[in-house]
Design a protein around this ligand. Structure first.
Ligand SMILES: Cc1cc2nc3c(=O)[nH]c(=O)nc-3n(C[C@H](O)[C@H](O)[C@H](O)COP(=O)(O)OP(=O)(O)OC[C@H]3O[C@@H](n4cnc5c(N)ncnc54)[C@H](O)[C@@H]3O)c2cc1C
Length: 386
């Protein structure tokens, strides 16, 4: 796409986002048109569409923002296309989605905003997006989805479960990537989770799941999962992972965001790594750092690995009565504060490959702090947070 078309797509999308209730109304219009024109697509989606509408909008915003990062966005769309095979979507469905999207934009924008130039720029963008997704989906010969049996579930701390599953066939994901997951108790409500272990040929996959208060799916995953349950898992997605270069690695995690970084550390151990790896492992309270004993044990055996525990609050909530474990001799003690501030107090990390994983507020505030000490934002990697 040329820069003129990209800028038209961006500016028209921005004006929709700026309208009061714009994203919600646009998404409602889009889904109504899609389900009216292609009723069979309704069964791809859950009965309650509220979260789905948010997700659609966040996904469009993510792509629109990166339309000029050609290689990255094409790779992301290819991954998304491979993942969408789990729904059984066909090329006709992509066509129907594109048409309904254009119609929704047109209805929403009105003649003043939806000019011929804007129309043509969006048609062009949607054609690029659907071609990238369809081509990758059609070229893929792996399974559209994996069936996985729960073999172990345990509580790490209140509200966080560690669930291990046996896949029906090994999955070749890159440590650091994430997958979409559907549990029996919440049909058609796919949620992303990041494997906390690298693939090792055994087909065992581990997830660390935090129960989000008021959430549709995570409370069921955390409190209702039992051994023998069957989960369905889509194709791997995401740009995080061990970089090809030999730079030292700075990893910043908040809460269960440690999972994809832990998977990379385990893979680095398997590869006989020697480059330096600093993991800043943060949480709201000291007890949120549930994986510390395991990470410390790894750091004791591998001197290239440094773990810095960080919590925003110095004390635990009332319900956590266990004594806080002490840092092993010679290892950094837990620090208190926002993780971005703590990380930048150590230096500016120039020359490192940087990955940040966690909720939106932690990722954004940490990136802001890193930029403030002169780190080029383009060298800081993170996945979409939605
Ligand atoms: C790339 C990626 C990887 C992820 N990996 C993991 C993982 O390894 N482990 C894990 O536990 N979760 C992970 N998540 C989050 C997970 O996919 C779900 O979004 C989360 O479990 C909430 O789902 P839900 O159905 O319970 O809540 P929903 O029903 O989707 O949302 C209910 C409400 O809670 C809000 N909400 C959603 N998520 C959060 C949150 N994290 N914090 C605060 N409020 C929230 C929503 O905005 C909404 O208002 C990941 C998300 C992404 C995008």
């Amino acid at each position: 796409m040329d820069s003129q078309a990209i800028s038209l797509v961006r500016s028209s999308f921005k004006s929709i986002v700026a309208e009061e209730g714009g994203p919600e109304r646009l998404a409602r219009t889009f889904y109504s048109l899609l389900f009216a024109r292609s009723p069979e697509t309704r069964e791809f989606f859950p009965a309650a569409m509220d979260v789905q509408r948010d997700r659609l909008f966040t996904a469009i915003a993510y792509v629109v923002e990166r339309l000029d990062e050609t290689d990255e966005i094409l790779e992301y769309l290819a991954q998304l296309g491979r993942d969408h095979r789990k729904y059984g979507v066909t090329d006709e469905h992509y066509q129907a989605v594109g048409n309904s999207m254009i119609e929704a934009f047109e209805l929403f924008g009105g003649a003043e905003m939806w000019t011929d130039e804007v129309d043509s720029a969006w048609r062009n963008a949607l054609a690029v997006i659907s071609a990238a997704m369809m081509d990758a989906a059609n070229a893929e010969d792996g399974p559209p989805a994996w069936s996985a049996t729960v073999i172990e579930t345990r509580t790490a701390i209140r509200g966080v479960a560690i669930v291990r599953l046996q896949l029906d066939q090994p999955m070749d994901y890159r440590p650091g990537q994430y997958v979409s997951v559907q549990v029996g108790a919440r049909p058609r409500m796919w949620r992303y989770l990041s494997p906390a272990n690298p693939p090792d040929g055994s087909g065992i996959i581990e997830f660390h799941i935090r129960q989000v208060t008021g959430g549709w799916v995570s409370p069921a995953m955390v409190t209702q999962t039992t051994v023998g349950d069957i989960w369905v898992i889509g194709s791997p997605i995401g740009g995080l992972g061990i970089p090809e270069n030999t730079k030292d690695l700075l990893m910043i995690a908040s809460g269960t965001g440690v999972a994809p970084l832990r998977a990379q550390i385990l893979e680095l151990i398997r590869r006989g790594n020697t480059r330096k790896v600093h993991l800043f492992y943060s949480g709201a309270h000291p007890c949120d750092l549930y994986d510390l004993p395991h990470l410390w044990a790894l750091a004791e055996r591998h001197p290239w690995l440094t773990i810095v525990p960080v919590s925003e609050d110095d004390t635990n909530p009332w319900w956590h009565t266990e004594t806080e474990p002490l840092s092993p001799i010679g290892m950094p003690k837990r620090m208190t504060g926002k993780v971005g501030k703590v990380v930048t107090s150590f230096g500016n990390w120039a020359g490192c490959d940087i990955q940040v994983v966690g909720n939106e507020s932690v990722v954004n505030s940490t990136k802001f702090r890193l930029r403030a000490v002169g780190i080029d934002a383009a060298t800081v990697r993170s996945d979409p947070t939605y």
